[in-house]
Write a protein that binds this ligand. Structure first.
Ligand SMILES: *[C@@H]1O[C@H](CO)[C@@H](O)[C@H](O)[C@H]1NC(C)=O
Ligand SMILES: *[C@@H]1O[C@H](CO)[C@@H](O)[C@H](O)[C@H]1NC(C)=O
Ligand SMILES: *[C@@H]1O[C@H](CO)[C@@H](O)[C@H](O)[C@H]1NC(C)=O
Ligand SMILES: *[C@@H]1O[C@H](CO)[C@@H](O)[C@H](O)[C@H]1NC(C)=O
Ligand SMILES: *[C@@H]1O[C@H](CO)[C@@H](O)[C@H](O)[C@H]1NC(C)=O
Length: 419
C-alpha cells in the first residue's frame, strides 16, 4: 500500500524564515507530499536524514548563504521530483509585473530595453512563473538588500549572464532611494566585449559583478605547425585565467552554452585542445562535457563552499524561426506549449555535472520556463534593429524570474534546495 504524507510549509519549519522575510504575502501554503510503501520506514528515513544533516553540518545559521541542502544520492526523478519542482510549471498573467522600468535603470543596457527601443505591445511584461505545485515567494527588496550587506555577488558567463546581472541590479535598485549611490566602481560602461563590471551598492556595502567568460575555459594559441585553419585553441582542461577573481565571493552564478556552436567555433577557426594537444575530431558536445568536468574539479578544489554559494544556470531557450539564427518572429503572447524547447543537450550535461559535484551547487534549470517565452525576446527592439535577436530576452522580463528563483533558493527554506 502506498502511503502519502503531507507536510504543510505553513508549519513551524518555515516560521523563522517567515519572520525573516515577508511571507505574509504568500498566497498559498506549500505542501510536500512524500510517497512511501511504508509510513514507518518513511518517518524513520526522515529522522535519519535529520540526524545525518545535523551531523554533517547542513543546518546553518540563516544569516549566511548556506541554506540547508539535502544532499542525497537519489536519481534525477527524485531530486527534481517531489511535489514542488520549481522548474516545472507555467506562466500566469500577473498585473503586478514588471518589477521595474528599464528606462529608469542605468544598468539595463540599451540593447535589452525593448520598450525604449519601440516595442509597443506590453503583455509580455505581465507574466509570472508559477511552479505546478507551489509558489515562488514574492521577495521583499529591502530584506534582500539587507541580506546582501557586506557580500560579493559574482556572475560568470556569456551575455545571458550579463542580462541576469543587469536584471538583479535593476531589481535591487528599486529599493534604493539614492540612485547615485549605486555605481560601476571604475565608471565603465556596459559593452558586449567588456571582461569585468563591478557595481557597488554603497549604502549596503556590497557589489554585484559580471565576468565575461563565454566558455568558462581558457582560449589560447594553437601549437606551432598546426593546420592553417586553426586560429585559436580552446583549452578544455584549463578554467578561464581570471578564475582567481571569482573565488572570494559569497554568491557565484555560472552559465555557458550560447557560444558552443559550429558557427561560433569551427567557422571562426576555434578548435579544442586538451593537455597541450589539438583535438580536431572532437565534437562540440564532447568538448562541452570536458569543459564542465574542468569546472567541476575547480569547484571541488578551489571554492570554499562554506562561504560561497554556487549556482549554475542551464541553457536559456532561444526561439529562432530557422536553423541559421537569422529569422526571428516575436509574438505578443507566450507559447502554450514548449514545442520541445524545454530540452537541451547542454542543460542535460550541466545537470549531470552539477549532480556529481561533491560540494553543494544549486541548479537554476531555466530551460523549461524559457521554452514558453517566444514573446519575451529582444527581436528587432534592440540597439541594432537590423539584426533580429531571438536569443536574448527583453528587460524587464524573463531574467527577472531567474533572479526571483535565485532569491527564493537563497533566502527561502528547504523545499527550494533542489539539488
Ligand atoms: C530512480 O528513478 C526511477 C524512475 O522513476 C525509480 O523507479 C527508481 O526507484 C529511482 N531510484 C532511486 C534510487 O531513487
Ligand atoms: C519609464 O520611465 C520613463 C522615463 O522616466 C517614462 O517616460 C516611461 O513612461 C516609463 N514607462 C513605464 C511603462 O512606466
Ligand atoms: C560612458 O558613456 C557615456 C555616455 O555615452 C560617456 O559620456 C562616458 O564617457 C562613457 N564612459 C566611459 C568610461 O567610457
Ligand atoms: C567547512 O565547514 C566544514 C563543516 O563545518 C568544516 O569541516 C570544513 O573544514 C570547512 N572548510 C573550510 C575550507 O573552511
Ligand atoms: C557522474 O557520475 C556517474 C557515476 O559515477 C558517472 O557515470 C557519470 O559519467 C558522471 N557524469 C558526469 C557528467 O560527470
Amino acid at each position: 500500500m502506498v502511503n502519502k504524507l503531507k507536510f504543510s510549509s505553513c508549519g513551524h519549519i518555515r516560521s523563522d524564515l517567515a519572520k525573516d522575510l515577508n511571507f505574509s504575502k504568500l498566497k498559498h501554503c506549500h505542501t510536500w507530499v512524500f510517497h512511501s510503501f511504508n509510513g514507518v520506514l518513511l518517518i524513520g528515513s526522515l529522522l535519519l536524514l535529520f540526524v545525518v544533516s545535523i551531523g554533517s553540518g547542513y543546518f546553518y545559521n540563516t544569516n549566511s548563504f548556506q541554506e540547508p541542502i539535502v544532499h542525497d544520492n537519489a536519481n534525477r526523478t527524485s531530486k527534481f521530483g517531489g511535489e514542488c519542482n520549481v522548474f516545472v510549471g507555467n506562466w500566469v498573467p500577473d498585473e503586478s509585473y514588471p518589477l521595474y522600468n528599464a528606462s529608469e535603470c542605468p544598468f539595463a543596457e540599451q540593447g535589452f530595453s525593448c520598450l525604449a527601443n519601440g516595442r509597443e505591445d506590453k503583455e509580455y511584461l505581465k507574466w509570472r512563473w508559477k511552479p505546478r505545485n507551489c509558489e515562488i515567494p514574492r521577495f521583499n527588496v529591502h530584506e534582500i538588500l539587507e541580506k546582501l550587506r557586506g557580500k560579493r555577488v559574482v556572475f560568470v558567463g556569456d551575455s545571458l549572464s550579463r542580462t541576469q546581472w543587469e536584471s538583479m541590479i535593476c531589481i535591487l535598485m528599486t529599493g534604493v532611494e539614492d540612485k547615485k549611490s549605486v555605481y560601476e566602481v571604475k565608471g565603465r560602461n556596459i559593452t558586449r566585449q567588456i571582461r569585468h563590471l563591478q557595481v557597488r551598492f554603497r549604502s549596503f556595502d556590497f557589489t554585484v559583478e559580471f565576468y565575461r567568460s563565454i566558455f568558462l575555459v581558457q582560449p589560447g594559441t594553437p601549437p606551432k605547425h598546426s593546420p592553417k585553419r586553426i586560429k585559436k585553441a580552446l583549452m578544455l582542461d584549463k578554467l578561464d585565467d581570471i578564475n582567481k577573481e571569482w573565488i572570494q565571493s559569497d554568491l557565484l552564478i555560472f552559465n555557458t552554452g550560447h557560444w558552443w556552436t559550429p558557427t561560433k567555433l569551427f567557422e571562426l577557426g576555434w578548435y579544442f585542445q586538451i593537455d597541450g594537444k589539438m583535438k580536431l575530431g572532437m565534437t562540440i558536445n564532447g568538448a562541452f562535457k570536458k569543459a564542465l568536468a574542468t569546472w567541476k574539479s575547480w569547484i571541488e578544489k578551489k571554492v570554499n563552499t562554506n562561504r560561497t554559494r554556487v549556482f549554475f544556470r542551464t541553457f536559456e531557450a532561444t526561439h529562432w524561426s530557422d536553423g541559421s539564427h537569422e529569422k526571428c518572429d516575436v509574438p505578443q503572447n507566450p507559447w502554450s506549449e514548449t514545442n520541445g524547447k524545454d530540452e537541451s543537450v547542454f542543460s542535460d550535461m550541466i545537470i549531470d555535472t552539477v549532480r556529481n559535484v561533491s560540494k553543494p551547487v544549486t541548479l537554476l534549470h531555466v530551460t523549461p520556463m524559457g521554452a514558453y517565452r517566444s514573446d519575451a525576446h529582444v527581436g528587432t527592439w534592440s540597439d541594432n534593429p537590423l539584426v533580429p535577436d531571438c536569443s536574448h530576452y527583453c528587460l524587464p522580463g524573463v531574467p527577472d524570474m531567474w533572479n526571483e528563483l535565485l532569491f527564493a533558493f537563497l533566502f527561502s527554506d528547504q523545499q527550494y534546495q533542489i539539488h
